[in-house]
Design a protein around this ligand. Structure first.
Ligand code: TXA
Ligand code: MG
Length: 360
């Protein structure tokens, strides 16, 4: 199959690309589209015959459920059931973070195909912010199931070129919307009667979630607000996505093919041969946080800095592209330096741990 790539630089190109994407999706074909997080491989979420092609193109196992992207707010109540005690919290999160990189896991309605949820009684939904993705959703008028547009277990694509290198010849169309804004997959939270649990760290940080919850509880003025807030904080702190996990327990991975090892200390000089114990003949690359003055980096075949100015947003936005560049450099080993683990750094460290765990 020939994979077409359509640009969206001019209004005419954008209109043509949206039209072509909507036509392919309406015909039951999968299409790669930019979102504000990473590129997604989309198909009509209510058509199992279309959704199955996502699994085939990605070689994704059927036990791994997909995120459903909504054309608008009205679709939420058609696809999920919101319990009375969760309603205020859901509304608060939506008002604050949609459209945007927050995915909610909620009990599903029967309309959602089993293939999308992997047979679970919940479904993951979000309302994306990217103008190209939103234009396609509006044109089609149907929700789109879309996992990241990489082959299963590999690094998520943040440019159209990454998508081509993952899925060329396997899908009919890629729409190019430039490099994605956040560079990390959406934050996923499960809504529970006691509050919420973060299932995947992402661009929306635990601090932001906590603030939104507290504001909502103050606004609604419920007499139990104080107790509820403490409960939410407690469930947040117990969220699996925020606890460093033993590598063996990791379910998913974001792995380069080259072995990647995570160093231990933030901002410490890297005495590479000592730390890594690598024979000097080996070709070693460095995925660094930011340059440490006076340190000699000539030992490395290639160095990528996540942010010279120690900006976590820049580090998140460029992490996967830099991991890919190192992966394509023919190295024997990639050493990664940790970033400060607060705010967005929590999600970055989650991805680095998963990439490293793949090679333990
Ligand atoms: O930013 C994103 O979320 C991107 C863009 C394309 O929207 N999508 C994305 O999808 O990262 P994917 O399939 O690569 O990751 C979705 C994750 C999977 O780990 C899956 O297990 C989890 O969401 N998931 C989906 N439905 C779930 C459910 N009902 N309960 C728990 N986890 C769920
Ligand atoms: Mg993925």
């Amino acid at each position: 199959m020939e994979t077409k790539l359509l640009a969206t630089d001019t209004p005419a190109q954008l209109a043509a690309a949206v039209e072509a994407a909507a036509a392919a999706l309406a015909a039951g074909e999968p299409v790669a589209l930019p979102t504000e997080t990473v590129y997604g491989l989309a198909a009509d979420a209510l058509r199992p015959d279309a959704v199955v092609k996502i699994f085939a193109a990605k070689e994704r196992p059927f036990f791994d459920p997909l995120i459903v992207h909504l054309p608008d707010r009205e679709w939420l109540d058609r696809l999920v059931i919101i319990a009375d005690e969760s309603r205020a919290l859901v509304e608060a999160l939506i008002a604050r973070f949609w459209p945007g990189p927050l995915t909610l896991v909620l009990p599903r309605r029967a309309l959602v195909p089993d293939l999308v949820t992997a047979g679970l009684d919940t479904v993951a939904v979000r309302l994306p912010a990217h103008p190209v993705f939103r234009a396609v959703l509006a044109r089609l008028g149907m929700p789109l199931a879309a996992p990241s547009a990489n082959r299963f277990g590999r690094i998520s694509p943040t440019t159209a070129a990454h998508v081509r290198s993952e899925l060329d010849g396997r899908i009919p169309l890629i729409v190019d919307g430039g490099a994605t804004e956040h560079g990390l997959e959406s934050t996923i939270v499960r809504i529970e009667s006691s509050g919420l649990q973060i299932l995947r760290a992402g661009p929306i940080t635990p601090g932001q979630l906590m603030l939104a919850c507290r504001e909502n509880l103050i606004e609604t003025g419920a007499p139990t607000a104080e107790r509820n807030f403490r409960q939410i904080v407690a469930t947040l702190e117990q969220s699996p996505a925020l606890r460093p996990q033993a590598p063996g327990q990791l379910q998913s991975h974001y792995a380069p093919r080259t072995p990647l090892r995570l160093l231990l200390d933030v901002g410490q000089p890297v005495s590479i041969s000592e730390v890594a114990g690598q024979p000097s003949a080996q070709r070693v690359g460095l995925l660094g946080w930011s340059r440490v003055g006076g340190e000699d980096y000539s030992r490395f075949q290639q160095v990528e800095w996540l942010s010279e100015t120690q900006d976590l947003r820049e580090a998140a936005a460029t992490l996967f592209a830099k991991m890919r560049r190192l992966d394509e450099a023919g190295l024997d080993l990639i050493l990664a330096v940790p970033v400060p683990e607060h705010g967005l750094g929590i999600a970055i460290m989650d991805r680095l741990r998963k990439a490293a765990a793949e090679h333990e």
